[in-house]
Design a protein around this ligand. Structure first.
Ligand code: SIN
Ligand code: CO
Length: 402
């Protein structure tokens, strides 16, 4: 069926009007469907007649408390320098600020102030455990933290005065950081949308949207209701700890079905099968990941020391010459090796590290403590030998003169 313009999906508007009845300008279900974690939304007049729950002096007072997390950020526009001072702050710090281009940020203000915590109520449509904190900033004209991205969703409520917000909805916007500023500011920022927010307006931003907020015209307070979302790395690390705490020490990798090794040091398919039985919760892990992790792990496991690299790095030409002169390569006693076959050749593991390896060389390295590679190793073999020599796993020994 040919689509008529009426049946074509329209993009939800980026700007709406709120009301006392509907702070989001729409029912929460519609906000969650169309905007949450998907696209930014500016809600004009979300909180009509908004009165900030905290005064700038009280915020400054909190920033001086021992346990409060605060930062004072000054921007030297002329030299394009940023100065960040972490709290606890003192009256003397504020005396130095001047009347422009600085901002004070205090995190977790909801934990210190019940009126501020009450601002979370309109967000009760979100699971409470997704809410992180309320951060409040106070800024003099020109003050801000510079263009950046956040990893979390945030509702930026304009509390006092006006703030100029610029954001970029360009999915291809570069996200590299400026190397010269500790604030993780974006090196490049080209806004696609700009607004001036008044008290009671809210700007909602999903994670990873470049944004820059600058106090405009006079004193400015912005109240950030921030979410939290654990990274997959944090989830994985904690789950592993959780599961590990519940396993008994006698539950171990076991191989009562072991057959004589065909090649020393090989982590073969049977070993990986036994590993899967020992890790039933990791059933979804693909073969390559499981093999790579185990190779690194087992060559590090219960190894008290690791070989030290030679005092002077060995170059390829020098090693080739030594080998051509009949030098042998001795495996360092603390070097623990294993290897495995993968789809794209073999991998050699040594004390937690992995290298691509010619299959025959991987086998040989695991089988022999002393190697005579001969005068002309292949380029791939040479690359591996050189890496192992320079990491201290192999120690060249000159041929004995007769
Ligand atoms: C601010 O309040 O100055 C910064 C808030 C933000 O950009 O996340
Ligand atoms: Co931000």
């Amino acid at each position: 069926m040919k689509k008529t313009p009426a049946s074509r999906k329209t993009t939800p508007p980026i700007e709406v009007h709120g009301s006392a009845r509907q702070p989001l300008g729409m029912p929460p279900a519609q906000f969650l469907r169309d905007y949450w974690q998907k696209r930014p939304l500016l809600i004009r007049n979300a909180f009509p007649g908004f009165v900030p729950p905290i005064q700038p002096e009280d915020l400054a007072g909190l920033a001086c408390e021992e346990g409060a997390l605060s930062r004072l950020i000054r921007h030297d526009e002329a030299r394009e320098r940023w100065q960040v001072q972490t709290g606890p702050l003192s009256e003397a710090d504020f005396a130095k600020t001047g009347d422009a281009n600085w901002t004070l940020l205090v995190q977790d203000v909801d934990k210190w102030d019940a009126d501020v915590a009450a601002l979370l109520e309109p967000f009760a449509f979100l699971p409470s455990w997704r809410l992180d904190d309320i951060m409040i900033s106070y800024a003099e004209p020109g003050g801000g933290v510079g263009a950046h991205v956040d990893q979390y969703d945030v509702f930026l409520i304009q509390g006092l005065g006006q703030r100029h917000w610029a954001i970029s909805t360009d999915p291809a916007a570069p996200k590299d950081f400026r190397p010269d500023v500790e604030l993780k500011q974006l090196a490049e920022f080209t806004p696609t949308h700009e607004w001036l927010l008044d008290p009671g307006d809210i700007l909602y931003l999903p994670p990873d949207v470049p944004h820059d907020g600058v106090a405009f015209g006079g004193p400015c307070m912005t109240i950030s209701v921030g979410m939290r979302a654990p990274s997959q790395a944090e989830l994985t690390g904690d789950l592993a700890d959780y599961l590990a705490e519940r396993l008994h020490d006698e539950q171990r990798y076991a191989d009562p079905d072991l057959a004589p090794a065909k090649a020393a040091g090989e982590i073969d398919a049977a070993a990986l099968g036994r590993l899967r039985r020992a890790l039933p919760f990791a059933a979804a892990l693909d073969e390559d990941t499981l093999r790579d992790w185990f190779g690194r792990f087992i060559t590090r496991y219960r190894v008290a020391q690791t070989p030290a690299p030679p005092a002077r790095a060995v170059g390829e030409a020098a090693l080739r010459k030594q080998l051509a002169d009949g030098a042998r390569l001795l495996r360092h006693p603390w070097s623990r090796l294993a290897w495995s076959r993968g789809k794209s050749g073999a991998t050699l593991y040594a004390n937690g590290q992995a290298w691509p390896a010619p299959l025959a060389l991987a086998k040989q390295l695991c089988a022999q403590r002393e190697l005579a590679p001969g005068a002309a190793p292949s380029a791939a073999a040479m690359e591996l030998l050189l890496a192992l020599v320079n990491d201290g796993h192999l120690v060249p020994r000159k041929a004995r003169r007769r």
